[in-house]
Design a protein around this ligand. Structure first.
Ligand SMILES: [Zn+2]
Ligand SMILES: [Zn+2]
Length: 131
């Protein structure tokens, strides 16, 4: 599966995501993604390759234990990672250009959840913008 940032400078390949994928509702994930929640999927080092643009990755230390990677050109959030840990990345799933091999199966940090998101299945759908 291929993924990339918004400007396309950075591209990666994932062979296989780990089975437990979560929507994280914590305030840090909301801030860094700019969305109601962020979906991260774990991938082991042996299943992950940066294909191009690794030098464009900037890392922000979001806490004492974790860092978040993003594209220095377009700002796309790319990953969450426990510092100094070589067990792989938690990839920001919205950057994937294909369907992942597993779907999210949990909502985590729900005590920090924003109240405004509505169950999106209940909203009227348009194929493009509202027109
Ligand atoms: Zn970019
Ligand atoms: Zn979070």
């Amino acid at each position: 599966m291929l993924g990339s940032c918004l400007c396309g400078s950075i591209q990666y390949r994932v062979n296989e995501f780990e089975p437990n994928i979560a929507n994280c509702h914590c305030s840090m994930c909301r801030k860094s993604s700019g969305a109601a929640f962020a979906t991260f999927a774990g991938v082991k080092p042996e299943n992950f390759t940066w294909l191009k643009g690794e030098s464009h990755i900037k890392v922000y230390e979001s806490s004492e234990v974790a860092e978040r990677g993003f594209c220095e050109k377009c700002g796309s959030s790319l990953f969450y990672k426990v510092k100094g840990n070589n067990t792989g990345y938690e990839i920001a799933l919205g950057t994937l250009d294909e369907e992942p091999n597993h779907k999210p199966n949990a909502n985590i940090y729900c005590s920090y959840k924003a109240q405004w998101p509505t169950n999106s299945e209940q909203l009227k759908e348009y194929k493009e913008g509202r027109g």
